[in-house]
Design a protein around this ligand. Sequence first.
Ligand SMILES: [Zn+2]
Length: 340
Amino acid sequence: MNNRFIKGAVFAAAMAFLLTAAACGTTVPASGEAVQPTTEMKASGGAVTSASGTTADTSSAEETTTVTGVEVGEKRVSGLTLSYTTADIIVGQTLKYPLVSEDVPEIWTSSDESVATVDSVGNITGKGEGTCTVKVVSETDSSLGAEVKVTVRKNEGTQKIDGITYVDGILVANKSYALPESYAPGGLTSETYDAFQQLANDAAADGLSMSVISGYRSYDYQSELYNNYVSQYGQAAADRFSARPGYSEHQTGLAIDVNCADDSFTGTPEAEWLAAHCNDYGFILRYPKGKEDVTGYQYESWHIRYVGKDVAKKIREAADAAGDPDLTLEEYLHIDSYYH
Ligand SMILES: [Zn+2]
């Protein structure tokens, strides 16, 4: 969500400043907003562990692994190399087949079809809670094979805890799901802060400068910000780039605007690095291009949301499976985002 250095009475002066400010794609000092972690976080990484604890340790491997190989003379036959060898899916979800390295006729089987089924090309569908193994062997040489360890979880559905909405264990704040006015972590959660520090350090090693231009925003501050935008641009326009109080992801302490919260950030090396790498640190680009109908917000190259590394990885896998690199949190969770 859009934000600059605007605060209450200094709004007019700040706007005048902004009109003369240079594009801020590279080095921008952090704003005066609180970005310190607090020790009183109710949410950790925006995720809650389910009662059954099924969210732990089931993340998928992203590296390619050769599971089975055979020696033929001096030449090592690599067998079948899969693009992933573990999968963590929910009941009803279909994961696109793990790309196989060799173009050989394959036979796919599941060790337990009540947990997951697999079709003739390797697409895996979650059927029931549990774990099983999906195997692939070469039709012509059954000694060539590989396997995927599959964990299937139930979608935890939507829970409301202290007025905060969690969908499948993930804290959600969008136009459909508001936060209570009283929810005030007071700063970025410590996990979010630490993850961003690591991201910024690694970006610095690549010669890029990343800083928090806007992190946590309180309900009252968002209210001020939004009302200022409404008086300046009208409500319809303001709703496309600024959240109404209670609906801002910045109130969660999990969202960060990087460097420059406007279009001048788009296309900068920092923006490209952020889009390519933020996922590795547990962040997602929250409002991708062309998804305004889904997220409720215009493209924001600078706004990232911390979901934790495990969830970020799952979202990336779901994006790969869907063939849509810009899969949004709304699409991942099958939820909407509009003012009801
Ligand atoms: Zn933002």
